[in-house]
Design a protein around this ligand. Structure first.
Ligand SMILES: [Ca+2]
Ligand SMILES: [Cu+2]
Length: 394
């Protein structure tokens, strides 16, 4: 989902291109057969290889079962006192990625094959914001600089040549849940492009951030996050830095705090309970967005590294990037992401990696609050569940 795809969809519902039910059913059956055959082939192939480890001959399938090894954090302490609101992340070597059971692969955004294989990465130490950037902090930046975010700018015709002029209005993408259960195969059921939605009006022109100073800023595009970071004398984290920090010195744990989603019954993150997407029961204390730092921090003192809002990182998104790194065979040192973006699902859209998941994450649909899993987003698209935090060198 992106601003651009929203615009295309809005200007062209194209009923004639919609497959007829019979055609659709047949297509689904064929697809199901392909998936089953392919799945069986992969599964039997994996079984036949089990037990024999021959260096250099095990491609992606074998490597996707690579094990996590311990995190080896650097011993050197912070080179200076941590700036206010930041904490020292020592850096070091760790195992990066997610190794979810393959039975998660066939459900929409649960699929985390792009988080495999687990591979070894080293990052240098850095300071990181303990929380996501808040509305109050972003307001300070805007006041000081007069900055106008992407969502507040009128889109230019040359950037959207196929869009009719009436669709070229400032706005952003908003979660607008249906009031009834819907199939989870079409995210347009719950995402809409809303005219007048921006960081001050996260759900549209009639919404506001009054009284929400301590909430994470949302509806920020990648360049908005960059502009803030530059103003603050900071920068955005790489994907590897983000994951090293989120793991808090642990290794191979599904969550930033350990193995259990709810240790001793305690909620550790703002995610989605109830039936997705139409009913958020807020059992974790919050329906929708929460202020920052309402749940316990991880071992490095970082809040909300799972749930609440997704966070921008500087890496371009490619689903096969981890495979490329793993094939190099050595520890990847301070990886900066692939040279170019490529998402086979939307090949024309340049996407950066998002991390952390959001208040909309649920194991019914998208379990990307799991620490090694990855998200992605087109660079000009903000949403009301996407924010960021900054890092800096000493
Ligand atoms: Ca919640
Ligand atoms: Cu999610």
């Amino acid at each position: 989902m992106s601003k651009a795809s929203k615009r295309r969809r809005e200007n062209a519902p194209q009923p004639e291109r919609r497959p007829k039910p019979a055609g659709l059913a047949l297509g689904l059956i064929v697809l199901a057969i392909i998936v089953i055959v392919l799945g069986w082939a992969i599964y039997s192939n994996r079984d036949s290889k089990r037990g024999q480890v021959v260096a250099g001959t095990t491609p992606a399938i074998g490597m996707s079962h690579a094990a996590f090894e311990p995190t080896v954090a650097n011993h050197a302490g912070p080179p200076a006192k941590a700036p206010e609101g930041m904490t020292w992340i020592p850096g070091g070597e760790f195992s990066m990625g997610a190794n979810d059971p393959p039975d998660m692969d066939d459900v929409g955004m649960k699929a985390t094959t792009d988080g495999r294989p687990i591979h070894r990465v080293y990052v240098d130490g850095f300071f990181m914001d303990k929380t996501d950037v808040t509305n109050a902090e972003f307001a300070k930046f805007v006041k000081a600089t007069g900055y106008v975010t992407v969502a507040e700018r009128k889109p230019r015709q040359e950037d959207y040549p196929s869009a009719p002029p009436e669709n070229l209005v400032a706005g952003s993408v908003v979660f607008a849940p249906p009031d009834h259960p819907v199939p989870l195969t079409d995210h347009f059921q719950w995402w809409s492009y809303v005219r007048g939605a921006d960081w001050r009006h996260p759900e549209g022109p009639t919404s506001s951030i009054k009284g929400k100073e301590a909430y994470p800023v949302v509806q920020v595009a990648y360049e908005d996050a960059l502009a803030y970071a530059k103003w603050a004398g900071k920068r955005l984290p790489t994907e590897a830095e983000w994951e090293f920090a989120a793991r808090g010195g642990l290794s191979g744990k599904p969550f930033a705090w350990g193995n259990d989603f709810r240790p001793n019954g305690k909620w550790m993150a703002n995610t989605h309970q109830g039936h997705f997407p139409n009913h958020d029961t807020g059992e974790d204390g919050f329906v929708g967005l929460a202020p920052v730092a309402k749940y316990p921090p991880n071992q490095y003192g970082l809040y909300d590294m799972a749930g609440n809002v997704w966070q921008w990182t500087t890496d371009w998104y490619r689903p096969d990037y981890y495979k490329q790194l793993a094939q190099n065979g050595s520890v990847a040192r301070n990886p900066q992401g692939p040279e170019t973006p490529f998402d086979p699902a939307e090949p024309r859209e340049p996407k950066k990696v998002h991390r952390g998941g959001s208040y909309l994450c649920t194991d019914q649909y998208c379990s990307r609050y799991i620490v090694g899993t990855r998200g992605k987003g087109e660079v000009s698209t903000g949403t009301n569940h996407l924010g960021f935090r900054c890092v800096m060198k000493s």
